[in-house]
Design a protein around this ligand. Sequence first.
Ligand code: FEO
Length: 162
Amino acid sequence: MISEKMQKALNDQINAELFSSYIYLSMSAYFESENWTGFAAWMKKQSEEEYGHAMKIYKYVCEVAGRVSLESIEKPKFEWKSAQEVFEEAYKHELYITDRINKIVDLANSDKDHATNIFMNWFVTEQVEEVATVLQIIHKFKLIGDNKGALYMLDRELGSRA
Ligand code: FEO
């Protein structure tokens, strides 16, 4: 069993993960419109992963006899100035999600909710990986600068994401 407060926090996180899926899909659509097919594929894959995160929490809430409550998903941003700007926003978004995850762990600790604490550990680890991955990509953009050939290579590299 989970507390009402925890149920609300997990439902809010389902919404945040669905929004993550939505914003990354919007970023993918932006890249498609700019003919950056590799970046588009990377973001689409990220969008799918975020949907998976939402469903992981959804399944957990059901397992602990909670009630899933789906809310509206905010309209995501539509336009960006450059590929680098998109990844910088993705980075900021992941820091925001990390903060949210940490707050749920804090709540699990204060609730003495050991099951949710263990469940959320996976997300804590996942956030470390996601933040590091996006940061590495931003680093590559900074190295590339105005080199169009190198940017083309990065697009190809990210397009090979399994
Ligand atoms: Fe599900 Fe990228 O956080």
